[in-house]
Design a protein around this ligand. Sequence first.
Ligand SMILES: [Zn+2]
Length: 225
Amino acid sequence: MKELFSGVHQFHSQVFQRERDFFDKLVAGQSPSALFVTCSDSRVDPNLITQSGPGELFVLRNAGNIVPPYGASNGGESATIEYAVAALGVRDIVICGHSRCGAVNALLHPEKAAGMPLVSAWLNHAETTRRIIQENYGSVTGDDLVEIAVQEHVLVQIENIQTHPAVAVKLQRGELALHAWIYRLETGSISAYSSENARFEPLTMNDPATENKQIIDNPMQRRRG
Ligand SMILES: [Zn+2]
């Protein structure tokens, strides 16, 4: 904790004082451009990997970046999503998984969550991912399996979030775009799902079609159908 105390002091006495005008503006209200859903994993820092600052991302984090389908959980996820979309009017929702995700690994190996009943219960919200992996990727093992599971898992959450009425309404009006991302701890890079090519591809700035490619209406249908 010593490092945290020292960090708090340093932030308040140096950073906050230096950027006073900026922080004063934030006091008046927030208008983040995106809802960023990601894992609680300490190695994934939404603001760092997108080089954004306070006020720019509305963040929802939990173990395994899980978005339970509407009505499936009484947790704060649904309320956070509804608030971001209906009250803050975010135009984009990013669901960002990451490589070497412990929650996804525990999904594949439930024994890793033994003795943690709440973790097991939470991971049940990701049963669809587990089933997809079990049924479709029987021959894949080891790191490759985790890699594929991370990808499928993000796409399942993209499907789940569309069951939330606030999201469905805005999607239908064309006022919201969904983005499936994966952050790689090993390289610091992001790949984004392209519904056009039905695969995750490096996120690039120069590709004029990037924006369209990231917009997903029904990824699984396109992927498998
Ligand atoms: Zn994780």
